[in-house]
Design a protein around this ligand. Structure first.
Ligand SMILES: Nc1nc2c(ncn2[C@@H]2O[C@H](COP(=O)(O)OP(=O)(O)OP(=O)(O)O)[C@@H](O)[C@H]2O)c(=O)[nH]1
Ligand SMILES: *[C@@H]1O[C@H](CO)[C@@H](O)[C@H](O)[C@H]1NC(C)=O
Ligand SMILES: *[C@@H]1O[C@H](CO)[C@@H](O)[C@H](O)[C@H]1NC(C)=O
Ligand SMILES: *[C@@H]1O[C@H](CO)[C@@H](O)[C@H](O)[C@H]1NC(C)=O
Length: 437
């Protein structure tokens, strides 16, 4: 990792200074002329250094935890791009997520710093928030949007091959042209943002197959890859995957709230639990089995859309409580912490069956401050520190807890567990993914 280390803050400082001292003159192209008309713009900054910006977005219905996974794919692509050019990754603001339904809480245009430690992310790859991009690149303009899609014809002769081609758009575009000929779209709630060009790109394969195309066939300074989940991981659970995953350190204020809750309600501290934490993720290298965890069972019980119709791998509440009790007994634990998205009706039933359960329940003021995303992270953080954890089948929320526990150094036996459906026959347990340092 050492050779890739990017001192985060000085990176931005560098961009800032290059904007101040650059003597590059105004540029010929239409785009730049347009930008130069913006009084706050610094179009010279980017050109002086030939910085190129990679932006991305994800299919709207996808949840918070899949989006965290897509970030890993994009960071990987960025690393490939940086072998040949000075690319920077622009973090897509959080918001308008399907699951974030708390009423009256303003949940759009949320910067990444509200959930993650930016300096930690920057130690892995150069990233900037969207608002920094606007300030730095000369305004709310994105040169080129590439909407990723599959191939209309599917796999040719049933054969899988990796490829990228500009193709006509298959689905109706989520962007419309305005009177000036600019494209308007969602752009994370930034209504003033415009794109100068939108085209579709059929892609099949891992994220880095896009690199040659972006280097050679696209000259735009800023490129937004929409539907970025279309491309796969370069190497799932490889070193690069884990470097990026480890760099996704939760924002300190959320960890502090989680730690205070552990201490107050669960008799759990890093010292007693053998879960020392280092702010610098590159120095975090806990041995498997070294973490003991707090004296409580950690439970992630995903409900809502997971119980509607489709899933026979999700238990009834009664089934879940039975499993919880048996695990508490087996592990000699008197406390249980439950993270769940259950609705009020289910919550009441659960509380009746499991009156001793502990939950993190923010006041409305806390919720307004932390937002649904922050509360979800606190839930994950507390689950990640439990002596024994059980999650929900194929929930990305549970998967992220597995990874957090792996980073903290828990024995895999205490982590890779999930509830089984009440009448599920072969209840296969989650896979153990070992960190590659
Ligand atoms: N606070 C809290 N929120 C939860 C919990 N479980 C689910 N949620 C919310 O519901 C969302 C679940 O969607 P995802 O994050 O995508 O995770 P998932 O469980 O795999 O669900 P899908 O990926 O949508 O299938 C989370 O982001 C949270 O907003 C929980 O235990 N605690
Ligand atoms: C839009 O982008 C495509 C693909 O790069 C390019 O072929 C086309 O000329 C661009 N259109 C405009 C108006 O710039
Ligand atoms: C770039 O475009 C040309 C012409 O359309 C094409 O032949 C070539 O394969 C493209 N390169 C990449 C890396 O996609
Ligand atoms: C907290 O845990 C310690 C051991 O780590 C134990 O000695 C103590 O009794 C516990 N306190 C409570 C209130 O359970």
């Amino acid at each position: 990792m050492a050779e890739q280390k990017q001192p985060g803050l000085s990176f931005n400082a560098l961009l800032f200074y290059s904007a101040l001292f650059s003597s590059a003159s105004a540029l010929g192209s239409e785009h730049d002329a347009f930008r130069a008309g913006n009084p706050t713009s610094s179009p010279v900054a980017a050109t002086a250094r030939d910085v190129r910006y990679l932006l991305y977005d994800v299919n709207p219905p996808e949840g918070f935890n899949l989006r965290r996974d897509v970030y890993i794919r994009m960071a990987s692509l960025l690393k490939t791009l940086r072998k040949q050019g000075d690319w920077v990754l622009v973090l897509p603001p959080w918001g308008r997520l399907y699951h974030w339904q708390s009423p009256d809480v303003h949940q759009v245009r949320i910067p990444w710093a509200e959930f993650f430690s930016l300096t930690s992310l920057q130690t892995n790859v150069p990233v900037i928030e969207y608002e920094e991009f606007i300030a730095e690149s000369g305004g709310p303009f994105i040169d080129q949007v590439l909407v990723m899609q599959n191939y209309a014809e599917g796999w040719t002769e049933g054969k899988w091959e990796e490829k990228v081609d500009e193709r006509p758009c298959i689905d109706r575009l989520m962007y419309t042209k305005d009177k000036q000929g600019y494209y308007r779209g969602w752009f994370w709630g930034y209504e003033e943002t415009r794109a100068l060009n939108v085209t579709c790109l059929s892609a099949q394969g891992h994220a880095s197959i896009l690199a040659p195309f972006l280097q050679e066939n696209i000259t735009a300074t800023s490129v937004l890859l929409d539907r970025a989940e279309t491309v796969l991981h370069d190497h799932y659970a490889g070193k690069d995957y884990w470097d990026t995953r480890r760099s996704m350190v939760f924002a300190k204020h959320l960890r502090v709230i989680g730690d205070q809750f552990r201490a107050k309600y669960l008799n759990s501290t890093d010292e007693k639990d053998h879960t020392p934490y280092n702010e610098d993720w590159t120095r975090m290298r806990a041995k498997l089995g070294s973490a003991k965890g707090g004296p409580y069972l950690g439970v992630h019980l995903r409900r809502k859309d997971f119980i509607w119709g489709h899933r026979d791998d999700v238990p009834s509440l009664k089934g879940a409580v039975k499993k919880i009790r048996s695990l508490m007994k087996k592990n000699k634990l008197e406390n249980v912490f439950v993270a769940t998205d259950a609705d009020e009706e289910e919550m009441a039933k659960l509380r009746k069956m499991l009156p001793e359960m502990v939950r993190y329940e923010p006041s409305w003021e806390d919720l307004e401050l932390l937002k649904d995303g922050g509360v979800a992270i606190i839930d994950q953080w507390i689950c990640a520190h439990s002596r024994y954890f059980i999650g929900t089948s194929v929930s990305t929320f549970s998967f992220r807890i597995h990874e957090e526990r792996e980073i903290l150094g828990f024995d895999p036996k205490t982590t890779y567990n999930r509830f089984c459906g009440d009448s599920e026959k072969e209840c296969e347990q989650p896979t153990h993914w070992k960190i590659v340092y």
